[in-house]
Design a protein around this ligand. Structure first.
Ligand code: ADP
Length: 441
């Protein structure tokens, strides 16, 4: 994090320094160029105004401008482009200058100027030519640093500034990350302190998110702990009974006519164990993160009809009648899980019912949702327990649940499956009247 901020700051700083240096160099150089041109034009006009070159009248030997200031080169050119005089080179060695743009311009316009690169990149030569009254052209020239040279001369300063800036960036990014991270560390260590307020408001969303995640993690850990404790307890009870009965049988102390009862008890407890383990496996499968479900279009009415038919034998044993109502209703879901959900609800409606009771399953669209309604006229659930019956291992009447083969996990499984299908569950129940559970898809 720190090195990332560092890198970015240094990057921005280097870019800023370069942009500034390049920008100012260009501005400075154009001012400088203008000044050089102006100086040349003053020199040329001064020389012209002396009428010196008209007066010597091509007797070039007499001209001597090879002064100490070799900064200024003076060239005199005849009408045909021949170089008559040059204070830097002997005129006769110079070729015809008619092809020089500044000379052509001067012949044409009266004045002409040009800038040419010299042999090295470092220098540019500036020319200013002026037409004299006798039709010849006088040209002055000087060498000046090129833009490149000006830039190169600035390099040591640029490097120095960049080094200083890199140092400053390191210090600033250190301070900045410290300033940003310290409060976060304090906030993290205060996640459980409800009175703690984030040091700056930008941290509020993060703080809230961390708090709620922290609370979720704690709740999940607690739920898992409770569940493990409950599972161990629930498994222990039938196993203790099985072990006890088996031990008695083994000891030979049970009269032969009573033995059959003991075998039945062992069988009953073993079945309860199996049911428990089955439900635990189902729940842990549902708990699996990234649980990949095969969803398909299912006619919930048809599926409910099958379930009711399968369970009607169970119901008949208890003199309970089952009914299915509704119409074809397509939902997108997982067939096995939806079957499990319907079976659990119908089993409960049968299990917690009275003899001659009634169970009605209805599947139909209500508004824009598909509803599965399982209604019984059984014992009902007291209002105080209605919130909790969907919790794992929560039973209103423990002995009745156990006696009828309940595990205490059925509604927890129903709730989980409903959540996976984004369905909503509503429970409407009154003791002595019956219960209606509606699942809305
Ligand atoms: P169980 O395996 O004990 O039935 P569930 O999770 O399915 O566990 O249900 C939890 C508790 O809710 C049951 O023990 C029972 O007390 C109550 N319950 C569930 N369905 C009904 C119902 N249709 N009528 C009355 N009580 C019910």
């Amino acid at each position: 994090m720190k090195s990332e901020i560092n890198k970015r700051l240094v990057g921005i700083a280097i870019f800023a320094v370069f942009a500034t240096v390049v920008g100012t160099t260009i501005i400075f150089y154009s001012l400088f160029q203008r000044q050089v041109k102006k100086d040349l034009s003053i020199a040329a006009n001064l020389l012209k105004d002396t009428h010196y070159f008209e007066s010597v009248n091509i007797s070039t030997d007499k001209i001597d401008l090879s002064t100490d200031f070799d900064e200024l080169r003076v060239t005199w050119i005849a009408k045909d482009g021949t170089v008559l005089y040059d204070n830097d080179a002997t005129a006769k060695f110079l070729n015809n200058h008619n092809d020089r743009p500044e000379i052509q311009e001067a012949f044409y316009n009266g004045v002409g100027e040009a800038i040419r690169k010299s042999d090295t990149m470092k220098k540019n030569t500036f020319y200013y030519a002026i037409l004299l009254d006798n039709g010849t052209v006088l040209r002055v020239a000087t060498n000046a640093q090129s833009l490149y040279a000006v830039f190169v001369s600035a390099v040591p300063i640029i490097v120095l500034i960049i080094l200083i800036i890199i140092f400053m960036c390191v210090v600033i990014s250190h301070l900045l990350t410290k300033q940003l991270l310290d409060p976060i560390e304090v906030m993290v260590s205060n996640l459980e302190n409800a009175d703690y307020e984030s040091p700056y408001k930008e941290l509020d969303p993060l703080s809230e998110m961390l708090r709620s995640q922290h609370a979720d993690v704690l709740a999940a850990a607690k739920a898992r702990q409770d569940f493990t404790a409950n599972v161990s307890h629930e498994l222990k009870t039938p196993l203790t009974s099985i072990s006890g009965y088996a031990e008695l049988l083994e000891s030979g102390m049970v009269a032969p006519e009573k033995q059959n009862h003991f075998y039945q008890e062992i069988h009953k407890y073993a079945n309860r164990l199996l049911a428990l383990i089955n439900d635990i496996i189902k729940l842990s499968e549902l708990d699996r993160v990234n649980y990949e479900l095969a969803f398909e279009e299912i006619d919930l009415f048809e599926l409910a009809t099958e379930c009711v038919k399968d369970l009607s034998v169970n119901a008949r044993v208890k003199s309970i009648s089952t009914y299915i109502e509704g119409e074809k209703s397509i939902v997108n879901g997982n067939r096995d899980l939806l079957r499990e959900l319907i079976e659990n609800l119908v089993q409960n409606a049968i299990r917690y019912n009275n003899p001659e009771g009634k169970v009605t399953v209805t599947v139909k669209p209500v508004d824009d949702r598909i509803c599965l309604i399982v209604k019984d006229n059984g014992i009902g659930i007291p209002a105080a327990d209605q919130e909790r019956v969907f919790e794992r291992f929560y039973r209103v009447d423990k002995s009745r649940s156990k006696a009828t083969g309940g595990t205490g996990l059925g509604l927890a499984i129903v709730k989980h499956i409903a959540e996976l299908h984004e369905a909503k569950i509503e429970l409407d129940s009154a003791p002595g009247v019956g219960s209606t559970i509606t699942v809305m898809f």
